[in-house]
Design a protein around this ligand. Structure first.
Ligand SMILES: C[S@@+](CC[C@H](N)C(=O)[O-])C[C@H]1O[C@@H](n2cnc3c(N)ncnc32)[C@H](O)[C@@H]1O
Length: 313
């Protein structure tokens, strides 16, 4: 049976688990309709359109994010007849805004996308789905958004942004949410809500980690004001060895019912972040030693700029 792209999106969102084949079909439609969009030089873009497209096709990621939107739009948005205003920062292919528009006929969405090619392709996709009256995409930097740049609504019931990777390295989630949270209504809802970060030490010659996994940060996106992330923790050595990497894993709370944890089955999203311990600090530790790890990095920075001090207590 031939389903329309809108039907396929409904089927994808109503499936019990992520169905990569359905998502591939939706993506094929996106590719067909956006083929005619002229290439724009993206050399100055940190995040290419093909990266946003790879995110779309990361079916586990796209499905869980869709479920979080669905749970908000079905439970939190209690009055179904009321117009809801949503802001999406970093909208890429537009797929999340499209999910929201299909899930709720009363939602009006503004998308901000810094990459002009992604912006044009998503506009074409949205138009092909006949959703341009409810989803507007602007080629703007979400970390610099000014109220005057917003056409109508200046405060939103829902702000959604997925511009992150594991450990809050590489992408500007924190800078974006810190800037745009002023556009959230009192009692408005933010997705994702928080991220918890964990670390442990590994020795490449040993299968098992040298230490247990310890939480070093809990970042509630609405209330975290700093732009650095720090850790100062003591770790017990579980087996002797010489750690040369700090492994960071993440647990992202989208809504109270939907969490995503670093998991090798997710292709890219919330991947492990790996920090090399400087050679001068690589030492052999014995079982039951206690080591202290101090770590500091800028949210969104490259893992290589993370500063660490590891010493035996
Ligand atoms: C990981 S992709 C996610 C796309 C989409 N939200 C989704 O879930 O499929 C992040 C997008 O954010 C965009 N982006 C990054 N920094 C931005 C900024 N400061 N302002 C607006 N968009 C930004 C990137 O160009 C990219 O398209």
């Amino acid at each position: 049976m031939n389903h329309s792209p809108t039907n396929l999106i409904e089927i994808f969102l109503n499936s019990e688990k992520a169905d990569g084949a359905i998502l591939q079909n939706i993506f094929d439609h996106y590719q067909r309709v956006t083929m005619s969009v002229k290439a724009i030089n993206e050399n100055d873009q940190h995040f290419k359109t093909t990266d946003a497209e790879a995110c779309f096709l990361d079916f586990q990621r796209t499905w869980v994010l869709g479920q979080a939107l669905k749970s908000f739009l079905r439970t939190k948005a209690k009055k179904p007849s009321k117009i809801l205003h949503m802001l999406e920062a970093g909208s890429g292919t537009g797929i999340m805004a499209i999910f929201a528009a299909i899930l709720n006929p009363n939602i009006q969405i503004i998308c901000l996308e810094i990459n002009p090619l992604s912006c044009q392709k998503s506009q074409t996709f949205i138009q092909a789905l006949k959703l341009s009256n409810r989803i507007k995409v602007f080629n703007l930097d979400a970390t610099k958004l000014d109220a005057e740049q917003l056409p109508e609504a200046k405060d939103f019931d829902l702000i959604f942004s997925e511009t992150l990777s594991g450990g809050l390295f590489f992408e500007p989630q924190l800078q974006i949410t810190q800037h745009i949270k002023k556009f959230l209504k009192t009692n408005g809802f933010l997705i994702p809500q928080k991220i918890e970060l964990f670390l442990h030490l590994e020795d490449p010659w040993q299968k098992e980690p040298l230490t247990q996994k310890i939480k070093y940060a809990e970042i509630d996106f609405l209330n975290y004001e700093k732009n650095t992330i720090t850790a100062d923790i003591n770790l017990g050595i579980l087996r002797s060895g010489s750690p040369n990497i700090v492994v960071i894993t993440s647990e992202l709370t989208l809504t109270e019912n939907f969490k995503i944890t670093t998991d090798p089955k997710f292709t890219n999203f919330l991947n492990k972040a790996i920090i090399l311990i400087p050679k001068s600090q690589q030492k052999i530790f014995q079982i039951n030693d206690i080591v202290n790890l101090q770590m500091q990095y800028q949210a969104g920075a490259n893992t290589s700029s993370c500063q660490i001090i590891l010493r035996k207590l």
